[in-house]
Write a protein that binds this ligand. Structure first.
Ligand SMILES: Cc1nc2c(=O)[nH]c(=O)nc-2n(C[C@H](O)[C@H](O)[C@H](O)CO)c1C
Length: 153
């Protein structure tokens, strides 16, 4: 089993290091890392990891900046990642941490670490323990922040 990690040098935190640590802690998959300049380069990187490098899941890690143009880039990248998933019938877990989600550099680093690790846990569940995701259905899970929790009965 191979898991791909696509990340960017635009990001201000080494999200791939966090992902790799968590994946190694939870499974024995081979990990293939592919770093590109920015989020808009992630869709093709993910597709190459799947089609040419044999990955059965990819985590796409990126950090959109705070400007309107960055938000547009992130939306375009997201659309591309969805297209790549549909073209390859393979999960690409988008892990984006927007710079303006945090109030300080320290908070941004913690959020990037925690969201990436929690999505790495999701990747492991998708591949190895899908029944655990089903058990969590409807429980308001949130990656990087406290879970929102269940409503109703
Ligand atoms: C404006 C802009 N903003 C971001 C961003 O917020 N986050 C990011 O990762 N990359 C950004 N980029 C770079 C593009 O994603 C891409 O790398 C270049 O357009 C080259 O294809 C650009 C050009």
């Amino acid at each position: 089993m191979k898991i791909g990690i696509a990340d960017t040098n635009f990001a201000r935190y080494d999200m791939a290091r966090a992902a790799i640590k968590e994946l190694k802690r939870g499974c024995s998959a081979e990990i293939i890392r592919y770093t590109v300049p920015g989020v808009k380069d992630l869709p093709v990187a993910a597709k190459i990891l799947i089609e040419e490098r044999g990955c059965c899941l990819v985590m796409a890690l990126g950090m959109p900046g705070p400007k309107p143009i960055d938000k547009t880039c992130a939306h375009e990248a997201s659309t591309g990642l969805i297209m790549a998933q549909l073209m390859t019938n393979t999960h690409i877990i988008e892990v984006f941490v927007h710079e303006d989600e945090a109030d300080s550099e320290g908070e941004l680093a913690s959020l990037a670490e925690r969201r990436t690790r929690e999505h790495a846990e999701n990747a492991i569940k998708l591949l190895y323990y899908p029944e655990r995701l089903t058990r969590e259905a409807g429980t308001g899970q949130r990656e990087g922040f406290e879970d929102a929790g269940r409503v109703g009965d």
